[in-house]
Design a protein. Structure first.
Length: 314
């Protein structure tokens, strides 16, 4: 009897009854967004930041980047020999063959300026590194130890501040000898006092923070707390000062080179180029004007970048 009834039901009706009795499946979730769409958001934010960048700051970064490329790959920008001159090419005015003219020995001034960036920029980096490392160590020890140690170190810093930086640099160069490296070390030593005073004030401020006191209270060692907590939170303003000091170091090294205490001839150092062209300033103005404008542009660009870092650290 059951078999007869089941055979009497039409096939479409049987399939409909079976489908109504089966449980309904949940709708499939919406597909996740492609990862490429997510990766576009950081790129868009970076583009927005670049658009908000002030024109003067963007120009400053462009000048520093160009000078850095000159120092790293000078052969890309100048193909002439910066040391060896060409016969019959003495004191040529700026033109298509020689963009910045030639000097009294027939050497291309553009090539000498480009190749001279290696000496000026590397000397400035070394000077900032010497001042930053030595000043940070002195300021960190003075601000963290306090007491007699602080008084002794700060009196030493006051002595350095009492001596004019140029006179102190000349004294150190006379003791060490001439050369770009010795000039950079002398400029760096002259900047130690500024870094030390700033680091000491920042360390004293951070030293009184609650998390530093908690680190000492939990049994942290003196050196470990200084390295992990005090020093990282005290370097924000120091980085801004280092950026400002970079421009001052370029100017100081160029000044020492102009006075004859820097790199010896025929090294194409910027200060030495200005010194070599001062005897021809009435007849060949480009010998002093071109390297002088390069020094001014790089120093102003470094100061502009340093000022932007200083505003962020406030």
């Amino acid at each position: 009897m059951n078999t007869a009834v089941s055979t009497a039901i039409p096939k479409p009706l049987a399939s409909g009854v079976a489908s109504s009795a089966a449980p309904r499946l949940a709708p499939s979730p919406a597909p996740a967004p492609a990862p490429a769409a997510k990766s576009l958001r950081p790129a868009l934010t970076d583009l927005q930041r670049l658009r908000r960048l002030p024109p003067t700051l963007a120009l400053a970064w462009l000048v520093i980047a160009t000078a850095a490329l000159w120092a790293l790959v000078p052969g890309w920008f100048a193909h002439q020999n910066p040391v060896v001159g060409q016969a019959g090419q003495q004191l040529l005015e700026p033109g298509l063959a020689h963009w910045l003219g030639t000097d009294a020995l027939g050497r291309d001034l553009w090539a000498r300026v480009v190749h001279g960036s290696v000496h000026s920029l590397s000397g400035a980096f070394l000077a900032v590194a010497v001042g930053l490392v030595a000043g940070t160590l002195i300021g960190l020890l003075a601000g963290a130890a306090g007491g007699r140690v602080d008084d002794a170190l700060m009196r030493f810093v006051d002595v350095l501040l009492a001596v004019p930086s140029l006179l102190l640099s000349l004294t150190i160069i006379i003791l060490l000898g001439f050369g770009t490296i010795n000039a950079a070390i002398a400029v760096g030593v002259a900047s130690v006092a500024g870094f030390a005073r700033l680091v000491r004030s920042e360390v004293v401020r951070v030293r009184r923070s609650d998390y530093v006191e908690a680190a000492f209270g939990s049994g942290g060692r003196f050196a470990a707390v200084l390295w992990r907590h005090v020093l990282p939170n005290s370097l924000t303003s120091v980085v801004a000062l280092a950026a400002l000091q970079f421009g001052s170091a370029i100017l100081s090294i160029s000044t020492l080179g102009f006075l004859g205490y820097g790199a010896p001839p025929p090294t194409p150092e910027w200060g030495l180029l200005i010194a070599e062209g001062r005897n021809y300033i009435a007849t060949a103005w480009w010998l002093t004007t071109a390297p002088g404008l390069v020094v001014v542009a790089v120093v102003l660009a470094a100061n502009r970048i340093g000022a932007s870092f200083a505003r962020r650290s406030v």
